[in-house]
Write a protein that binds this ligand. Structure first.
Ligand SMILES: *[C@@H]1O[C@H](CO)[C@@H](O)[C@H](O)[C@H]1NC(C)=O
Ligand SMILES: *[C@@H]1O[C@H](CO)[C@@H](O)[C@H](O)[C@H]1NC(C)=O
Length: 264
């Protein structure tokens, strides 16, 4: 285990053991919607046009408090507008793909996601409102037909320079450390977060490669192992590789300032 990983593991442990229990705190906020789809395909999380295929195009740009320097990329939220005449109580489930530059709202939803908050027949009325009061909570991301995967980014250069982007991260957790090793070896090399879901190292071992990650879960961190061959010897940039595992953990968050657990 690399020194960085040990440190992170205990940092996570400390952070989460001091918080009070709350699985999905409900927050009061406002939400707006993107007027064009192109705005979404250049999201700060670096998913590019791939984001349009996430969650049926139900994606969101979030405030810096939710973006958390990119750690929040790929996190899922349930959002519902508070105008019960126009909006359903179920709301919509969105995945974070971008940071909003505006300070006016906490969430900027894609047009399809925004409209999906409406009651039947009320989509037009909702679309007329540029901004609405909402409540939202973080929820587990569910990928019934997908394992956690990585895309090898273009800047990688075999064998030692490796940059990967995590895709389809299930559960309600954050990845806080990533290590890579040759299959069968216990000589793990830590990777560093470049931004959002992208991690890199200039000291990757020669393939085939396995991965392990520390994710926040419960009140502390836990290891997620992908001990099979994730990357072959001749891994390719631009390719997506399946880790053969999925994350289902739910990290607890502390509910502060009267935020309640569950919808009112
Ligand atoms: C948003 O708020 C931050 C910090 O208060 C400020 O630095 C930034 O300029 C604001 N952005 C806009 C677009 O008003
Ligand atoms: C996910 O990984 C498991 C275990 O390696 C594998 O059996 C399964 O086919 C994978 N699922 C998908 C959707 O690729």
């Amino acid at each position: 285990m690399g020194g960085g990983s040990v440190f992170l593991f205990f940092l996570v442990f400390l952070l989460f053991s001091s918080a009070t229990a709350c699985g999905g705190c409900v927050h009061q906020a406002t939400a707006a919607h993107f007027t064009s789809f192109s705005a979404l395909s250049v999201g700060a999380c670096g998913y590019g046009s791939m984001a349009l295929g996430f969650s049926g195009g139900y994606v969101a740009a979030v405030s810096s408090a939710l973006y958390r320097g990119g750690v929040g990329c790929g996190a899922c939220f349930q959002v519902r507008c508070k105008n019960t005449k126009i909006c359903s109580s179920r709301g919509v489930e969105v995945i974070t793909t971008d940071l909003t530059k505006s300070n006016d709202t906490d969430l900027v939803l894609s047009r399809p996601a925004y409209v999906a908050m409406a009651r039947r027949g009320m989509a037009k009325a909702l679309k007329k409102l540029d901004i609405v009061d909402v409540e939202y909570k973080r929820i587990p991301c569910e990928y019934s037909n997908k394992n956690l995967s990585i895309r090898v980014e273009e800047k990688s250069k075999r064998p030692n320079s490796l940059t990967i982007k995590f895709l389809h991260q299930g559960g309600q957790t954050d990845i806080v450390a990533v290590d890579v090793a040759q299959v069968g070896s216990s000589n793990w090399q830590f990777m560093s977060r470049e931004y959002g879901p992208v991690w890199s190292t200039d000291r990757a071992p020669v393939g085939p490669l396995q991965l392990r990650m520390v994710v926040t879960g419960g009140y502390d961190g836990k290891w997620v192992w992908a001990q099979k061959e994730v990357l072959p010897v001749h891994w390719k940039t631009g390719s997506v590789y399946d880790l053969g595992v999925q994350i289902t953990d739910i990290a607890r968050e502390g509910c502060l300032n009267g935020h309640t657990e569950g919808w009112k």
